[in-house]
Write a protein that binds this ligand. Sequence first.
Ligand code: NIG
Ligand code: FE
Length: 425
Amino acid sequence: MTLTAVVYDAAEIVTLEANEGNDGGRASASDDETPDETADLGIYEDAAVAIEDGEVARVGASGPVTREFPPENAAYAVDATGKSVIPGFVDPHTHALFAGDRSDEFQAKLRGKTYQEIMAEGGGILRTVRATREASDEQLLDHLLGHLDTMLAHGTTTVEVKSGYGLDTETELRMLDIIDRADDRHAVDVVATFMGAHAVPEGREADNYVAEVVDDQLPEVASQGIAQFCDVFCEEGVFDVDQSRRVLEAGKDAGLTPKVHAEELSHIGGTKLAAEIGAASADHLLHSTEEDIAALVDADVVPVLLPGTAFGLGAEYADARAFLDAGADVAIATDFNPNCYSQSMGFAASLSCVEMGLTPAEALRAATTNAAAALDLPESVGTLREGAPGDLAILDAPSYVHVPYNFGVNAVETVLKDGEVVSRE
Ligand code: NIG
Ligand code: FE
């Protein structure tokens, strides 16, 4: 056994688990937060965490943990006096692999253009497809690694990345191969999603393109074993419910777990499709109805809400409270893409609290354990319980509340992945 790291004397460590021996929450819950909100956060004050062979071996009061695991014996000994420790964020929805620059579309949107108008003029996804097809593998890999660096510095230790800016067999496979290479090369764990059905390519018709995705792209993707999920943009004017179902069923047959971009710009039934098909998650959900929400909860599909997208579009936010009230384990993600240009889960957490009414505790769960569930990851991912991966972020702040509270600023100072210090401010 190797003692990889000991992080000690932290003001608080949030384990995301109400384990025995802890009081089930914060020793002294602050006045404005009910014990109920922090109950299952499993917070230890004046705490330490020891990581052996990359996994959490012990977490608890600093004294006993450091006596059992002396920091001087660890490869990484981190004095966290005055700081707080949280599990690394899991970002369960991004389109982080692309080429080109669409900052001019940001300006156009500020002048009042809608996303659909920009698409109709040849901008949006299809513009990124053109740039991505033209870029070399090295350029694409370089861009993705750069974005992963930014994510890591902001506390993300696991991220999902979708293909979908290729829209032909060759480029979709190239994208998935680059995502795979980035996963090998970078400290951040990268989960790959095949999204050949992200848009209808120029000059094509949806039904005919769906046949290409199902008959040509999917079999190749499956035979190479380089994607875990299959996603589709189920949206008015893109892929309707029947077309989306065809893609996701074929994906399932090929061993890929479904995910759905549902009710982002309109309401056409993507949420119910996600429930019917047993998707791991349904994402966006700006226009989901109460009935949709009940169907998701019944089918145990994780709702992934993307407040940065609403922010960037100047659109309404998803009704997060309706999902929480219905008993859903709501997750949040950045949706990082050229139309939603933020790699920061902290910013997504701030928006979740201020614009969608989540408490900081709910936002933290949404960005860790619930996000891990949206990616079918083992239950320990997104926690700091014993046996969990040693993936954590140390905040330059005394409590986790500073993640959403310190909006627009990165509260994360140091990041450990499998117990190794991989990012430090
Ligand atoms: O999740 N909605 C579809 N896909 C992305 C947008 C991608 C783009 O505009 O390039 C999304 O918001
Ligand atoms: Fe998306």
